[in-house]
Design a protein around this ligand. Structure first.
Ligand code: GLU
Length: 443
């Protein structure tokens, strides 16, 4: 069996960390199993879906390296949904209903006031041909409901939540098509999952009840349901489902200097029993992926933690992965020297400026003689050897200075800063001529 997973966003907005986590888990499972990962654009809502959002979703996935093997769009597949509805109607598993939204609302209120669950009463099943004609003559168009089979409990073994049971009699027959002919999410999704051979549906636990309904749709359409894994929701660090989390878009992270792999490393493991680690490619995330490590409690997403992880990723990031984000002319050597001191790739510019200059610093009066001695010694040294160690060794002897009083005035004169990357690496990058100029200029 080839594993097939799908990420099925509705292109009605930008992707946020919650969607990305779902996409990632689908991708990781497919890759781990040597299967296929599908991007399915759930764009049946033609009014709310937009081409800009489609483009943005593709771009975000590409930036993250979550490249799908296939892409499908529901808006190009309406014929299949029409055919499925016909099949269901012919089998008595779908029926037209004519209640208006207000009428349904009223029914719900009455049920609730009587202490009953607000389950649809199936009044539409009692309609005669004459009733239907009358409604049509009034200009009413039917919406369509899927008729649940109340005969047996719905059950599945969820890969994350374990055994799940639903009594179909306690659920409303879901509306699958609106009176204006537009499709609700439920049926097209099941039709596509069957047609695309989806073997595993990995999505948020807000879809658990939908799954119960869809399992019956799969069966009514003559297919066996895929496996399901419902992940606990992602919440903001303040504990509740926060709006801010929804606004934590991929685009903002990118602008903020978050490395895609840092975001993936976080989202792959958050809410699982596995540690979040600063990886530099997806391989360990694929290898370690395992539904049995997922917890049931909401996973807490903290932007500060992500920033910390990002710094740890940057500290090991290969020069080749900085692709065009470093200042022009900055070499691999310089990158390797600088990266332990930065949290984001963009911060490299600051240190490159220190290597390239100009750096201006006025040595304290009590250090001037020491710096002059340093300049003289540096001039005489062979700069093809480890010059910092030799220089500081000589100065230690000649001046009697040690520790901070030896190193700090030199660092200040050479970089204009009190701290930064190791001087041993920085000095050859600044070069002999420029180093001498800085030393002399500071006295
Ligand atoms: N378009 C649905 C959503 O974004 C897809 C849910 C699913 O994965 O089936 O919620």
């Amino acid at each position: 069996m080839t594993v097939v997973t799908r990420f099925a966003p509705s292109p009605t907005g930008r992707l946020h960390v919650g969607n990305i986590r779902t996409a990632l888990h689908n991708m990781l499972w497919a890759r781990k199993q040597g299967g296929r990962f599908i991007l399915r654009l759930d764009d049946t809502d033609l009014e709310r879906s937009s081409e800009d959002h489609v483009e943005a979703i593709r771009a975000d996935l590409q930036w993250l390296g979550l490249t799908p093997d296939e892409e499908h769009r529901q808006s190009l597949r309406f014929d299949l949904y029409d055919a499925a509805l016909k099949t269901l109607a012919a089998a008595g598993r779908a029926y037209p209903a004519y209640e208006t939204t207000q009428e349904l609302e009223l029914k719900r209120k009455v049920q609730l006031s009587r202490g009953k669950p607000p389950v649809y009463d199936r009044a539409a099943l009692e309609l005669t041909d004459a009733d239907r004609k009358r409604f049509e003559a009034e200009g009413r168009r039917p919406h369509w409901r899927f008729r649940l089979d109340h005969g047996a409990p719905i059950a599945w073994e969820d890969l994350i939540r374990g055994p799940q049971h639903f009594d179909p009699a306690l659920l409303s027959d879901p509306v699958i098509r609106r009176a204006d002919g537009s499709w609700l999410y439920m049926l097209p999704s099941s039709v596509d999952d069957i047609d695309m051979g989806v073997t595993h549906v990995v999505r948020g636990e807000d879809h658990v009840t939908n799954t119960a309904l869809q399992i019956q749709m799969f069966e009514a359409l003559g297919a066996s349901p895929p496996a399901f894994a419902h992940e606990a929701l992602l919440v903001g660090s303040e504990g509740k489902l926060s709006k801010r989390l929804g606004s934590l878009g991929v685009e903002a992270m990118r602008a903020d200097g978050i490395e895609p792999i840092a975001l993936l490393a976080k989202l792959a493991r958050i809410g699982t029993s596995l540690p979040v680690e600063p990886v530099t490619d997806a391989r360990p995330l694929i290898e370690g992926f395992d539904f049995s490590t997922f917890g049931r409690a909401p996973a807490r997403f903290d932007m500060e933690e992500l920033e910390g992880l990002n710094a740890r990723v940057v500290h090991q990031l290969d020069f080749s992965r900085t692709d065009g984000r470093l200042p022009p002319g900055m070499t691999e050597e310089a990158w390797t020297a600088i990266r332990p001191n930065i949290r984001k790739v963009a911060d490299a510019g600051e240190w490159w400026q220190i290597i390239e200059g100009p750096v201006r610093h006025a040595a304290a009066p009590e250090d001037r003689e020491f710096i002059r001695a340093a300049a003289q010694a540096a001039e005489a040294l062979d700069w093809t050897t480890p010059v910092w160690a030799t220089l500081t060794g000589m100065l230690k002897q000649s001046s009697g200075r040690t520790g901070k009083s030896l190193f700090l005035p030199l660092r200040q004169a050479l970089t204009g800063r009190d701290s930064g990357p190791e001087m041993a690496v920085l000095l050859p990058l600044i070069g002999k001529q420029e180093s001498l100029r800085r030393l002399n200029a500071s006295t």
